[in-house]
Design a protein around this ligand. Structure first.
Ligand code: PEP
Ligand code: MN
Length: 475
C-alpha cells in the first residue's frame, strides 16, 4: 500500500464507473480547490486506532457492526435523526456485546454517506425522461434539480461536519456511556417482549461495569490493548467511527492528505522522521461498491493508495480468482485490519458463492475480515410498487452465512446493515421492510415509508436481528 507509484490523482488515468457529468468544469475545479483547503474531518490517529481495532476483529477478538442509512440526505441532518441513529447503533452493539462477550467495533454509514451508485443513467418521471438521482452530493431528488451541481460537494462537506460534530458532542457528553444505556431512546420500542429482553441486558451490563469499577479494574491491560493507537481509554465509553462508499473520487481526492504515521503506531529512533502516508480524512473507513470494484478501474486504483481501512462489496458476479487478484492489488503488504470483505449475494445465491470465495482467500493467505450484508442481494418490488426487503430473507442470508463460515473453518467477523432509528412525528418507526416480530405486511408498507433510497430495518426489526446474532454467539 501507499505504493511509490501512487498519488491521490493516479485514478484519473483509469476508467471510472458511475461517473458524474458536470456541465461546468471550471466551477467543479473551484469547488474542489476550496474543499482541499478545508480542515480534515477525521485524524490519522483515529484512523490508525480503527485499523488496530479491525485487526482484533480479524483475529476473532472483536465483532464489527457496520450500519446506518442506505443514503443520508441534507434534509435529514437534524439533532433528532442523528441522535436516533447513534442510539440505535449503540443499543444494537450492546445486545451483541452481551451475547458474544466480545468488544464491538462500531462503524456508522454516517457523516458523508450521500452518493449512490445507480443501475441506470436516466429515469421516467411522468412523461419526462430525467437524469437519475445520484445522491444529495450530486443532484436533487426533485426531478427539476437533476443537473449535477458542484456546490453540492461543498454542502456535503459541511453537512458531514455538522453530523460529525453532533456525534462527537453526544459521545463526549455521556450519551455513549454504557452505564446508562436506557437513555438511547428505548421508549420507542413498542414490543413488550423486546423491551423486557433489552432491559435485562442493559441492567446486567450497568451492574457489571459498576462491579468492575468497584474492584478497581477498567483501565487494565486488556482495555489498553483494545484502545491502542491513541485516544482515550475509558472502559464503558463507546466509540463510533464514520464511513461512506468512496464513489465520487473528485471529492475523495480533495480530502486525501499526506501525514506522518502517528508516533503511537510506529516506533522510530530519535531524529529520524516518521514515514508519511496518504490518509482519506473525510471518514475513518471507506468502501468500494459492488458496481465500482473493477480490477483496472479508477476506484480500485484510488483505494489501493490510502492508509485507511477499506471495505470491498462482493456479490455473485465476483469470480474467486478475481477476488484474490484484487486483494493482491489493494493489500500487497498483507496488513492485518486493512481489508473487510462485505458479502451480499442474496439468500438464494449465497450457497453457490460464499464457500468458494472463503476457500480462495484461505488458500491465498490474505488476512481479511468477513462481514455479511444481508440487505443488498435481497431487494424486491412490492405489489404496490415500493422497493422493499423481507425480514425472513434477510435472516435467511445471515443464518446461511454463519453456517457456511463454520463449515469452511472460517468465522463471520461482523454485519453490515441498513437500519434507522428514525421516527415520524407521532413517534412511530418507519415501515420499509416486510415481516419481523411486528409482522409488517405489504399493505402497511406505505404507512411510513421514508427512505428515498433502499428500504431500512426499523427499530423493532433491528432489535430482532441483534438478538438473533447475539443468541447465535451465546450458544
Ligand atoms: C450500498 O451499500 O448501499 C450499496 C449500494 O451496496 P452494493 O454496492 O453492495 O450494491
Ligand atoms: Mn443501499
Amino acid at each position: 500500500m501507499d505504493a511509490e507509484d501512487w498519488i491521490p490523482t493516479s485514478w484519473r488515468m483509469k476508467k471510472a464507473a458511475q461517473t458524474v457529468e458536470y456541465p461546468d468544469q471550471d466551477h467543479l475545479s473551484n469547488v474542489l480547490n476550496k474543499i482541499k483547503s478545508l480542515p480534515p474531518l477525521v485524524t490519522p490517529s483515529e484512523i490508525e486506532r480503527l485499523r488496530h481495532q479491525l485487526s482484533l476483529v480479524q483475529r476473532n477478538e472483536a465483532f464489527l457492526l457496520h450500519a446506518g442509512d442506505c443514503a443520508e440526505s441534507f434534509e435529514a441532518c437534524t439533532q433528532q435523526n442523528i441522535s436516533a441513529k447513534v442510539g440505535l447503533i449503540l443499543s444494537f452493539s450492546l445486545i451483541l456485546i452481551w451475547g458474544a462477550r466480545l468488544p464491538v467495533v462500531r462503524i456508522g454509514r454516517i457523516a458523508g454517506q450521500y452518493a449512490k451508485p445507480r443501475s441506470s443513467v436516466t429515469e421516467k418521471v411522468g412523461d419526462r425522461e430525467v437524469m437519475i438521482f445520484r445522491g444529495d452530493n450530486v443532484n436533487g431528488f426533485n426531478p427539476d434539480e437533476r443537473t449535477p451541481d458542484p456546490e453540492r460537494l461543498l454542502s456535503a462537506y459541511f453537512h458531514s461536519t455538522a453530523t460529525l460534530n453532533h456525534i462527537r458532542g453526544l459521545l463526549t457528553s455521556g450519551f455513549g456511556s454504557l452505564h446508562h444505556p436506557r437513555d438511547w431512546s428505548l421508549s420507542h420500542v413498542r414490543s413488550k417482549s423486546l423491551k423486557a429482553e433489552y432491559e435485562v441486558i442493559s441492567e446486567g451490563l450497568a451492574d457489571a461495569l459498576d462491579f468492575t469499577k468497584t474492584i478497581g479494574l477498567g483501565s487494565g491491560r486488556e482495555a489498553q490493548s483494545y484502545e491502542r493507537g491513541g485516544g482515550r481509554s475509558v472502559l464503558g465509553e463507546a466509540d463510533l467511527y464514520t464511513s461512506h462508499e468512496g464513489l465520487l473520487l473528485d471529492y475523495e481526492e480533495a480530502m486525501t492528505r499526506k501525514y506522518p504515521i502517528p508516533d503511537s503506531i510506529v516506533s522510530r529512533e530519535l531524529g529520524t522522521p516518521a514515514p508519511e502516508k496518504y490518509y482519506n480524512t473525510s471518514a475513518h473507513f471507506l468502501w468500494v461498491g459492488d458496481r465500482t470494484r473493477q480490477l483496472n478501474g479508477a476506484h480500485v486504483e484510488y483505494f489501493r493508495g490510502i492508509r485507511n481501512p477499506i471495505g470491498i462489496k462482493i456479490g455473485p458476479s465476483m469470480a474467486a480468482e478475481e477476488l484474490v487478484t484484487l486483494l493482491d492489488v489493494v493489500n500487497p503488504g498483507r496488513d492485518s485490519g486493512r481489508i473487510t470483505l462485505i458479502t451480499r449475494y442474496g439468500a438464494e445465491k449465497i450457497d453457490s458463492h460464499l464457500a468458494s470465495h472463503i476457500k480462495a482467500v484461505q488458500a491465498s493467505g490474505h488476512p481479511v475480515i468477513w462481514v455479511c450484508d444481508p440487505m443488498h442481494g435481497n431487494t424486491l418490488i412490492s405489489s404496490t410498487g415500493l422497493k422493499t426487503r423481507h425480514f425472513g430473507t434477510i435472516i435467511s442470508e445471515l443464518t446461511s452465512c454463519l453456517r457456511i463460515h463454520s463449515e469452511c473453518g472460517s468465522r463471520l467477523g461482523g454485519v453490515s446493515l441498513e437500519f434507522t432509528g428514525e421516527l415520524n412525528e407521532e413517534g412511530y418507526s418507519v415501515t420499509e421492510c416486510l415481516g419481523g416480530s411486528m409482522e409488517l405486511s405489504e399493505e402497511q408498507l406505505g404507512l411510513r415509508y421514508q427512505s428515498f433510497c433502499d428500504p431500512r430495518l426499523n427499530f423493532e426489526q433491528s432489535f430482532d436481528v441483534a438478538f438473533l446474532i447475539s443468541n447465535h454467539f451465546k450458544n
